[in-house]
Design a protein around this ligand. Structure first.
Ligand SMILES: NC(=O)c1ccc[n+]([C@@H]2O[C@H](COP(=O)([O-])OP(=O)(O)OC[C@H]3O[C@@H](n4cnc5c(N)ncnc54)[C@H](O)[C@@H]3O)[C@@H](O)[C@H]2O)c1
Ligand SMILES: C[N+](C)(C)CCCC=O
Length: 518
């Protein structure tokens, strides 16, 4: 799959190479030549005549590969393959499906380093984070494999010995559409519950990060799923629209921005198809004066700088009680300035490159606008050029903390999706709750306090789907994740997600005679 430009030793198990201090790949050394579409069990090229998109390596700005966007013909082939596979897979027992999914999880574990490296090369995030993303993907598949055999209906007694029962049945061909910030993890978070319930899936990654979803498709195939059970079609909004509108598609699960989510919902409504929407956020983090300051600072950094700040659930509005503001700001700025930026494949790097040049420009323009609107840049907010010459074309910036922010500023109102934290002072609990909820979004929220009663009282009033007490941005796969208000519909992860990938059939059984009125 990879043509290595640098000369590398023969591939040994990744762990052995790492132990020897040798990376399997290095930034700027990878070029992807194999096709990135995958359906009916094989990698496939896209349409013969299509305008190819260029995919870049964020760390270096080099061309990584060419993307062949799928058109109506390819989308139809992928959906047909998924429909065929659904016929076999949906008839297997939960235990049988679980066995294959567990095998897929084992393969992911054995390829952890390879997948993480490709995620870094395509997305720009640090290798340390990419490994955690691969782990989350594997855990999600293991978790839903465990649930596959527990899907069950109910038995309801009716008069005269008659009864009814319910069957939990799969939906059919599900479509998954992903964003670029967690490419492999999103593909797994969508496919794991879908497959566990007996569905098949056609997945479309973001055109910016097309590389690792097809690795997942190969892993499922190797684990023994029927051909066509998990397919990948590449492309942008046209390919996505074709998928949403395809008559044989039963459900669309989408992760991305609010405006795209609205379009997806509109398209799905034409076929009355259920949707799961995991959309954007502008989440508040409330830090009370009685917090453990060390943990509050750590929480604020985790809430803002993971994945170069490109995280939907980020707590970018950091409300700090006035009494501790100077102390908090001093510590946050000190630690933000110490974040090591650079080659995302190096173990020591904590912040890699943003996903693309246009996205970097957009984030930097938010910082400029914040300055014009009266915010103070306490640190960062500038483009950054690493000293390593091969990284000079990469998309780096220094993580930014903005002070003197007010609720009406653009940096406080809009999702920036980059490493930019806005700090806002507050005085009372009632005041901060009102300000925290003053947004049309509601993905996540956090509170730091040592007062257990305050913590639960505050959380009860926060209008957000995921609330963190004395921590931030942890997403164990056993617990549901998703948004209130315009941040989305439905949930990913946790037991409840089974309900979003299955439907109930009620069966009435008459044990006597038909009591006819006619
Ligand atoms: N809530 C979550 O779990 C979550 C997770 C990650 C990202 N996000 C959100 O995603 C956004 C950033 O990601 P992005 O820039 O990739 O989002 P985006 O909405 O631009 O694109 C997301 C996906 O939708 C596809 N798409 C675009 N137009 C389409 C159309 N008309 N029909 C069908 N598909 C279409 C894209 O090709 C891509 O695959 C941020 O707002 C972020 O908050 C949310
Ligand atoms: C694992 N995180 C960091 C909470 C990310 C969840 C997915 C949102 O972008």
């Amino acid at each position: 799959m990879l043509r290595r430009l640098a000369s590398l030793p023969l591939r040994r198990p990744a762990a052995a190479l790492l132990a020897a201090g040798v990376r399997c790949i290095s930034s700027g050394s990878v070029e992807i030549t194999l096709p990135l579409n995958f359906w009916a069990g094989k990698r496939r090229t896209g349409p013969e005549k299509c305008s190819k998109d260029i995919v870049y390596e964020p760390a270096t700005g080099r061309v990584l590969c060419q993307l062949e966007p799928c058109g109506a013909v390819e989308v139809d082939q992928a959906v047909k393959a998924a429909k065929l596979a659904f016929g076999y897979w949906s008839k297997m027992s939960g235990m049988e499906r679980a066995r294959v999914m567990i095998e897929a999880a084992h393969i992911i574990e054995s390829k952890r380093e390879e997948i993480a490296e490709m995620e870094v090369v395509n997305n720009g995030k640090s290798i340390t984070e990419a490994r955690l993303d691969v782990d989350s993907a594997r855990l999600c598949i293991e978790y839903y494999a465990g649930l596959a055999s527990t899907l069950a209906g109910q038995h309801v007694q009716l008069p005269g010995g008659s009864f009814a029962y319910t069957r939990r049945e799969p939906l059919g061909v599900c479509v998954g559409i992903g964003a670029w910030n967690y490419p492999f993890q999103i593909a797994a978070w969508k496919s794991a519950p879908a497959l566990a319930c007996g569905n098949s899936m056609v997945f479309k990654p973001s055109p910016v990060t097309p590389v690792t979803a097809v690795m997942l498709a190969e892993i499922y195939a190797k684990a023994g799923v029927p051909e066509g059970l998990f397919n990948v079609v590449q492309g942008g909004q046209e390919t996505g629209s074709l998928l949403c509108q395809h008559p044989d598609v039963a459900k669309v699960s989408f992760t991305g921005s609010v405006p795209t989510g609205q379009k997806i919902m509109e398209m799905a409504s034409k076929g009355v198809k259920p949707v799961t929407l995991e959309l954007g956020g502008k989440s508040p983090l409330l830090i009370f004066k009685d917090s453990d300051l060390e943990n509050a600072v750590r929480g604020a950094l985790m809430a803002n700088f993971l994945s170069q700040g490109q995280v939907c659930s980020n707590g970018t509005r950091v409300f700090v009680q006035k009494d501790i503001l100077p102390e908090f700001v001093k510590e946050v700025v000190k630690r933000t300035q110490a974040i090591e930026i650079g080659d995302p494949l190096l173990e020591s790097t904590r912040m890699g490159a943003l996903v693309s040049q246009p996205h970097l420009d957009k984030v930097l323009s938010f910082v400029d606008r914040a300055k014009k609107e009266g915010a103070t840049v306490l640190c960062g907010g500038e483009s950054y050029v690493p000293s390593d010459p091969k990284l000079r074309g990469g998309y780096y910036m220094t993580p930014c903390v903005l002070g003197n922010c007010t609720d009406d500023m653009t940096c406080v109102k809009e999702e920036i999706f980059g490493p930019v934290m806005s700090v806002l002072p507050f005085e009372t609990e009632d005041e901060v709750l009102q300000r925290a909820n003053d947004t049309s979004l509601g993905l996540a929220a956090g509170v730091f306090t040592r007062d257990v009663r305050r913590a639960h009282r505050v959380v009860e009033h926060l209008k957000a789907g995921s609330c963190f007490i004395n921590n931030y941005n942890i997403t164990p796969v056993e617990v549901p994740f998703g948004g209130f208000k315009m941040s989305g519909i439905g949930r990913e992860n946790g037991q409840v997600t089974i309900e979003f990938y299955s439907q109930l059939k009620t069966v009435f059984v008459e044990m006597g005679d038909v009591d006819s009125l006619f």
